[in-house]
Write a protein that binds this ligand. Structure first.
Ligand SMILES: Nc1nc2c(ncn2[C@@H]2O[C@H](COP(=O)(O)OP(=O)(O)O)[C@@H](O)[C@H]2O)c(=O)[nH]1
Ligand SMILES: [Mg+2]
Length: 490
């Protein structure tokens, strides 16, 4: 079996070495320090797929005394350059001299390739030359990465200085690098370390396979969420209509909470899939990762379909229309009945769609309020749900896709919280045919809520996986073109 290649990430303290390790290893547990740390040890981070180590990254302490170490190499040691570096490692064993240098050079002399990290936000200074020179003396293949921490930009000067000393020089941003950047970085190593090429090729294959597997898994998670949320019903004890009305707000909250929980669970699963689960500190896990709550008005104003598109989808699919007016609850966010019943017509439909997130059904329609399992008879339990708003599935889908895209494209070095790009109505930009297909499937789920057939689930998953593939920041595809069907966009 081929040894997995090893890369030692070296440079000065606080230049983003650990951040680069975190991003390349997809490991948010790498210690990243906002202030110069005093790590004096190397830590190895293996990159594995299916239990096989593909390559290994070594996080190292920063250079401290490069000038003096180079001076020693030049004047005190003898022999070939790599032999002199080895002599330095041996000579100071058990002393406090050159601890950082010896610690970071050890894995390199032991066969690791070099990833030299500099901060492009700060100027190149001649005292960096000693570090580069020592690394060159190791005789190991090396690549330099310019990572910018902060607003300054001295990248051009750095590139000049680095190109004369390293086989490959790249700009690599630990905070924004995505899967494609990581792949390209590995590919560069192929060219400078031919001995490692077969192992790197296998690593590249495995990483692509893993990325595909994750997309397929993410599609299933989002499909499950939609099926669960669109078919959700709760049962409330037998109460008379008056008692139900009094508890209306509480019931709605209970229903919404159950939906929120499902959404949160799906998000956690997607985050885990992409190794992001530990990025959120204890306690913060409960906080929605993307700002607005599922039932915040802001969410409904900026996601899902426009009212006009909803009408088109529902009429086109013969979906929510069709006479099931028995239990209209006026665009309410819960309870049985149709948000826009057959009799409602376009104008009424739009008015009702305005009430997207809160229950506002008139009291006289209370009979609909839970469409009791036995249609409102006292003495029988009430059924709450499924959610009747025809836009609900689209809002949920948009939120799931935005969350997925932000997680799948997120560098593991980042410690901030991702935010929702609320301006991005993904559903609204899909071709009308696709919107109608999705609307039809959503309606079918609502209708079959008690017993969803496999085929409906599979058809939904096919559509979702097309979207997931297209939205993978490192994925193979583009989203189907923007809507061009002349339907009202607002
Ligand atoms: N904005 C930004 N900050 C970064 C980047 N890389 C590292 N940092 C920050 O720089 C600081 C030092 O990073 P760290 O990886 O611990 O540096 P190390 O001492 O070289 O291992 C941390 O606060 C990081 O969050 C980057 O690409 N962009
Ligand atoms: Mg570090």
């Amino acid at each position: 079996m081929v040894e997995p290649p090893r890369f030692a990430v070296v440079g000065r303290v606080n230049k983003g070495k650990s951040s680069i390790v975190a991003t390349l290893a997809e490991d948010p547990s790498v210690a990243i320090h906002a202030r110069p740390g005093t790590t004096r040890i190397c830590t190895r981070f293996p990159v594995e797929v299916d239990g096989e180590v593909l390559f290994e990254l070594v996080d190292t302490p920063g250079f401290e005394e490069a000038d003096r170490a180079l001076d020693w190499l030049e004047n005190e040691a003898g022999g070939e350059r790599p032999a002199r570096v080895r002599a330095l490692l041996r000579h100071f064993v058990g002393t406090d001299d050159f601890i950082e240098e010896r610690t970071l050079l050890a894995p390199i002399m032991d066969g690791a390739a070099i990833l030299y990290v500099v901060d492009g936000a700060h100027p190149f200074r001649s005292n960096h030359k000693a570090e580069m020179e020592i690394l060159r003396w190791t005789g190991r293949p090396g690549m330099a990465l310019v990572n910018r921490i902060g607003p300054g930009d001295h990248t051009a000067a750095w590139l000049d200085a680095l190109r004369s000393r390293f086989d490959v020089v790249r700009v690599f941003d630990a905070h924004t690098a995505d899967f494609t950047d990581r792949i390209e970085l590995l590919q560069s190593f192929r060219t400078i370390d031919p001995a490692a090429a077969p192992a790197i090729d296998r690593a590249l294959d495995a990483m692509h396979g893993e990325r595909r597997r994750r997309r397929a898994e993410a599609s299933l998670i989002v499909t499950d969420l939609l099926v669960d949320a669109l078919t959700l019903t709760l049962t409330e004890a037998a109460l008379d209509a008056e008692a139900i009305e009094q508890r209306r707000a509480a019931l709605e909250e209970r229903f919404h909470d159950a939906l929120r929980t499902r959404e949160q669970d799906a998000r956690r699963r997607v985050e885990r899939l992409y190794n992001h689960v530990v990025a959120w500190a204890e306690g913060e896990l409960d906080r929605p990762v993307l700002d607005a709550d599922l039932f915040a008005e802001r969410t409904w104003d900026s996601l899902g379909l426009s009212d006009g598109q909803v009408i088109a989808v529902t009429t086109g699919a013969g979906a929510v229309t069709g006479g099931a007016i028995d239990a209209a609850v006026g665009g309410a966010s819960f309870l049985a009945g149709t948000a826009i019943g057959a009799a409602v017509g376009l104008i009424g439909g739009l008015t009702r769609l305005g009430r997207r997130y809160a229950t506002a059904g008139p009291t006289e329609k209370l009979g609909a309020l839970g469409r009791a399992v036995g249609v409102g008879d006292t003495g029988k339990p009430w059924r709450i749900g499924p959610h009747q708003n025809p836009n609900f599935g689209f809002v949920l889908l948009d939120r799931a896709l935005l969350h997925y895209r932000s997680v799948a494209g997120r560098a593991h070095a980042r410690q901030d919280h991702p935010t929702l790009d609320a301006a991005d109505r993904i559903s609204a930009g899909l071709p009308a045919e696709l919107r109608r297909a999705l609307g039809g499937l959503f309606e079918r789920l609502r209708r079959e809520h008690a017993d969803v057939d496999r085929e409906t689930r599979q058809r939904l998953n096919t559509r979702i996986s097309g979207l997931i593939d297209a939205l993978d920041p490192a994925g193979p595809g583009e989203l189907p073109g923007a809507a061009s069907d002349g339907e009202p966009g607002v």
